[in-house]
Design a binder for this molecule. Sequence first.
Ligand code: NAP
Length: 456
Amino acid sequence: MPLSVAIIGAGPAGFYTAEALLDRHQDIRIDLVERLATPFGLIRAGVAPDHQSTKQVSRRFEQTALRDVVHFYGNVEVGRDVTLAELRRLYDAVVLAVGAGADRRTAIPGEHLDGVYGSALFVGWYNGHPDFRDLRPSFDASAAVIIGNGNVALDVARVLVKSQAEMVTSDLPDHAAEAIRGGNITDVYVVGRRSAADAKFTSAELREIGLLADCAVIIDPVDLSVRVAAEDDRERRLREKNLAILRGFASASGTGRSKRLHFRFNLLPARIEGAEKVEAVLFERTRLEAGVVVGTREYERIPCGLVVSAIGYQSSPLDGVPFDARRGLYPSIDGRIEPGLYAVGWAKRGPVGVIGSNRPDGVLCAEQIIADARDLSQGIARPGRSGLERCLAGRGVRSITFDDWLKIDAAEVAGARKPAPRRKFTTLAEMLSVLADSGQRGADAALASGARPGHH
Ligand code: NAP
């Protein structure tokens, strides 16, 4: 019997695991079970719409999905359409590659006000994720505050301040492009609770901010006269590089630009203020004592009509899997939760690292599955794919195959206004109608060639 593996989640962590398993095992069947109708996880729904080169890795994943031993089951949600316990009975091994789709909370008063979003929601919205398509953030006010000093904060800031001309090569969906373009935001504040030397931006992403066409970057030079403390030389160099880039921004002239991106440091959010809708964020100034952020009881208010907290993500608990609520992940030993059940990517490590960081996870996971393989099958012939298909058919689940996805993909690419790479469908209904149309066209073509429907 071939080894049967179900990977839950068809994002980078899932695909790198599939790839590593295929490289290491000759007789294997891999099924990628994905909640959304579309594959590629964060590549499609997380990576910024103006970072198209990062999205190219999906071509590599496509080659994996096209292998005949790999199947994609899109629009199949574990917990709704099939349970984890069922998958574990059907497959020799189950891998959680579910990412970290929920926002970490700021846990400050006012977090619930209208106009306050976690980055999972806001990034999902501007990336056309069907769950967040109807978020309808308001861009009426002139200022937005982004809490956090990581790359997600930079992504959100860029999308808010880039001009229409700078976004023409992106796949920003129409609903987001129209809302942002039609809005009034002129000032975006990116606010860190620690100093400029402690920011988690990576240099390449930070440097990009200096290339904005119609946005001045505002930094108080006082914030940049900080001492760099780091655990090792590499860390120190990275921090010094970031500071040098920020100093370059501080000394550049941004006159004549219609928008401003303000970097603010040592400000801890204390309260979000407003009647129903956010009107301001109150911050407490901080200083660092032995590496710990402490408040100084000096406060500063930044008026704004939109707040995005980009302070990190967490996975969500899943029935039948131990969950570490503090770290927001499924605890494991190097990815092995127990023989037969594994975690990879952000579900295993927490929300740190870039797309490529998932590759070693995939390799380690594949090696563990193969090492466990003999014990896993325990002489039991597990049905794998045929069992899953029976289960889904019995429940009337309309799963999306990889061939279906290729049709949706082709329709998105064909519908793009060049030079945009694609025009994303943002609802399941739109995607299903592409499939219904292409089914109809296929039937029409068959009729035209003399064949009768249902006869191949
Ligand atoms: P991140 O890099 O961990 O940054 C989170 C930021 O939020 C930090 O500045 C952190 O400050 C701050 N923070 C955490 N809790 C807070 C609180 N309660 N109040 C105020 N601030 C708080 O996370 P991320 O930006 O979500 O990115 C996740 C991962 O994806 C990172 O590894 C990132 O590099 C990667 N990514 C990469 C790219 C790219 O390569 N282009 C794009 C997007 C994301 P402290 O440092 O003080 O904890």
